[in-house]
Design a protein around this ligand. Structure first.
Ligand code: CA
Length: 744
């Protein structure tokens, strides 16, 4: 049985399907739209142009809230299809488009960009960076892109292989390009969006599971001239420090730390810039190896991992820092989206920054000083009992110490919330969080840690509390105590997803909706709910893996409308107005994190996962669907090759698979967008197995070259392992075992 669409070619070109010529009304509407330069003044006066969506989160506050109110609870049942624009990548789309001066700008995997007439969908221009395919294998969580930034007369985007591009807004031509990587042989990639602060464009990177040392770089928006760089973790103190903030940071690390591994802290997603306070906020990630005792044996907070940092954008100097997870052992990144807001707390107006990072606590900080105002759990949290308000530090429970014995820990490394944008609605005063409830069982590998340059270096093992090869049916699970034992006295281990409305002042749940869809108990449950957007129509929008765009009452959470989009969604929607019409737009296509099984019930299973921008308006019709895919009944025939290799070779193959392949092929059975089930390789794949791995012959389809990480013998062992796995599936199938049926 395959859950995988038969076509997964990745062609980095854009095609236009929906295309209508400009009408007189459209031209008149566009003439009315004043084209003004994009600068701090315009950013600060965005209230003057409610129809514009100027940054990833619409405004400098990154609120994912629109003041448009044409679409309301009373009429949203009439919201329907306006037009669409087809994209060709099947990797999955995470970006929220930007609409300014009548033009919609969107981006997709590897850093492709498209500009459309926002009223008609007419294509104005496209841009495709020529990327080095060697970087495709260096992604932890899918070949994705989280968006563009606009400033002056330019559009900025970063490519997967580390280049920052400035494109001219009017025609997409390249104004300049810079290489933002300090070391192209390490595990650096970029999936995040650039952010703008004054006339600088700021870009971070990803790769903390590999051997990246995190940093952000600032460039002049006009010329691309390099201005400053801020490293989020120190390098080896013996080599000196690139900037003064690294000296106090180094005191929180063992002097014998594994400096050669880079030690992460990557800024792979959120930033925010407050033009009034002139502060740039960046969120930092985890380190590799995950267990602190391996990377910094003497312990310590390991600054500035898992932190929110406020920088002076003019100088790149640190103004304040707040660490959410000191000495992180659990991939608890603080890279999640940050929202700037004014809240009345204890009778005082406070300028705050809010974040719901992976670690499960919702933080409200004074964004001028970094002072902790409050932090409370918005999901099941067992690693810490609470955050001490006096010290600002979490109080750990010991439940998360997996170093000597396996432990069930909430949240898991996917976090209680991940990159999916949350939204703050100033009318309701609520923050809407796409939240996940999934603890994992963590344990340490038996073998000692060995640094692998450019490879995965996280060096810990975990499984989810779900049946399946990446969960309770895994070989690893057989070596662990049963879930009943590990879960005794712990929260409910049923994996679920929720849309939670959080009161940031009271730090309490206002309401929640279970968004698990048909997948309660499996990993699809927590990825089903995408990023969110709210509006002045008292509405809350969320795309789902099922292919439904849900519209809820922002006050009560009641579902008011649900549109069958015919495509799985995870990106946050946005809304804009042209002329007298309010539109809602969303990029479709799922992928990214590990865990999206292609299973019945998911739109990507039925219609495939080719990207598409879909736009809606009041009075619109039904969304046109792609043809349904034919799914082969798998397990009809035994594997084409006989079992081979010694037990030791198969075991080596499994180890190599977990280290090198599992991040994309995850639980081997084809998770994620466009990633094949390696137990069902066809004859060509078997024949070309060695070339695919060691010569990169399928790099253009997303399968990178592993010749720097794997030897000929390794490849042989991997092949032996995969053939053995194919036989195991066949044996289970023929014995009638339901090895891969999603829980209902
Ligand atoms: Ca990570």
């Amino acid at each position: 049985m395959t859950h995988f669409p038969t076509v997964w070619l990745l062609v980095f070109t854009w095609t236009l399907v929906a295309c209508t010529p400009s009408t007189n009304t459209e031209i008149a509407a566009r003439k009315k739209t004043a084209v003004a330069p994009i600068d701090n003044q315009r950013l600060s006066n965005l209230a003057q142009e409610p129809g514009t969506w100027l940054t990833g989160g619409r405004d400098y506050q990154q609120s994912y809230y629109s003041p448009l109110g044409q679409i309301t609870a009373d009429n949203v049942s009439r919201l329907g299809y306006a037009w669409h624009y087809d994209l060709t990548s099947e990797f999955g789309f995470e970006a929220t488009p930007i609409v300014v001066d009548g033009v919609l700008y969107g981006s997709g995997p590897t850093g492709t960009v498209f500009a459309l007439d926002a009223m008609s969908g007419r294509e104005l221009w496209t841009f495709t960076p020529q990327i080095d395919n060697d970087f495709v294998r260096k992604v932890c969580c899918g070949v994705v892109n989280r968006g563009v930034a606009l400033w002056g007369d330019k559009v900025f985007v970063a490519s997967l292989d580390g280049y920052l591009y400035a494109l001219n807004r009017n025609d997409g031509s390249q104004a300049w390009r810079v290489d933002t990587f300090t070391d192209r042989d390490r595990g650096y990639t970029i999936t995040g969006a650039p952010y703008i602060a004054n006339d600088l464009v700021i870009i971070g990177n990803a790769g903390a599971e590999f051997d990246a040392r995190g940093y952000v770089s600032a460039y002049d928006t006009r010329t691309g001239e390099y201005r400053w760089r801020f490293f989020t973790v120190p390098g080896d103190p013996k080599q000196g420090f690139e900037h003064p903030e690294l000296e106090p940071a180094a005191k929180t690390w063992d002097p014998t730390s594994l400096w050669q591994v880079g030690l992460g802290g990557t800024v792979w997603d959120a930033m925010a810039f407050d033009p009034e306070l002139n502060l740039l906020y960046i969120g930092t990630g985890n380190a590799a190896p995950y267990p602190r005792k391996l990377r910094s044996p003497a312990g310590g907070d390991n600054l500035y991992l898992a932190s929110i940092l406020a920088l002076n954008p003019d100088t790149g100097r640190l103004v304040w820092h707040y660490q959410t997870t000191p000495g992180d052992n659990w991939d608890f990144t603080a890279t999640q989206k940050m929202i700037l807001a004014e809240l009345e707390i204890d009778g005082k107006q406070r300028r705050v920054i809010m974040q719901a990072p992976k670690n499960g606590f919702f933080y409200v900080l004074d964004r001028l000083t970094g002072e902790l105002i409050s932090a409370q759990p918005y999901a099941n949290v067992t690693w810490a009992s609470h955050v001490d308000n006096a010290t600002g530090r979490p109080v750990e429970t010991g439940q998360a110490e997996y170093f000597n014995e396996p432990k069930l820990i909430f949240p898991g490394p996917q976090g209680a919330h991940n990159w999916q944008p949350m939204s703050f609605n100033p009318d309701t005063g609520l923050v809407y969080i796409p939240a996940m409830e999934a603890g994992v069982i963590w344990t340490m590998p038996e073998e000692p840690f060995e640094y692998q340059k450019g490879g995965l270096n996280s060096h810990s093992l975990y499984i989810f509390t779900t049946p399946g090869e990446w969960g309770l049916d895994s070989a690893l699970a057989n070596t662990l105590p049963p879930l009943e034992v590990l879960g005794a006295g712990q929260p409910d281990t049923t994996i679920r997803g929720f849309l939670r409305a959080w009161d940031p002042v009271k730090q309490t749940l206002a309401w929640e909706r279970d968004t698990s869809g048909p997948w309660t108990g499996t990993m699809n449950a927590f990825w089903n709910g995408g990023g969110v957007m709210s509006s002045a129509g008292n509405l809350l929008f969320q795309g789902r893996g099922t292919g439904r765009l849900a519209v809820l009452d922002a006050t009560t959470g009641e579902e008011l409308h649900s549109i069958d989009v015919g495509a799985s969604m995870m990106a946050a929607p946005m809304t804009y107005q042209i002329g007298n019409t309010q539109y809602v737009a969303i990029l479709t296509g799922i992928g990214g994190g590990n865990g999206n099984d292609y299973v019945p019930g998911m739109a990507a299973y039925t219609y495939g996962n080719q990207g598409r921008l879909v736009v809606f308006k009041l009075g619109g019709g039904e969304v046109p669907k792609r043809p349904e895919l034919q799914h082969e009944e798998a397990g009809q025939e035994p594997p084409s090759l006989p079992r081979r290799g010694t037990e030791a070779q198969v075991a080596l193959g499994e180890k190599l698979f977990l280290r090198n392949c599992a991040k994309c092929h995850a639980n081997i059975d084809g998770r994620g967008a466009g990633i094949p089930d390696l137990r069902q390789m066809d004859e060509t794949a078997h024949r070309e197995f060695r070339e695919i791995l060691l010569e990169g012959t399928r790099a253009d389809r997303g399968m990178g070259n592993f010749s720097d990480l794997l030897s000929e013998e390794d490849v042989e062992a991997l092949h032996d392992y995969l053939i053995d796995q194919a036989w195991q599936v066949w044996e289970k199938q023929t014995q009638g075992a339901e090895w891969h049926k999603p829980a209902q």
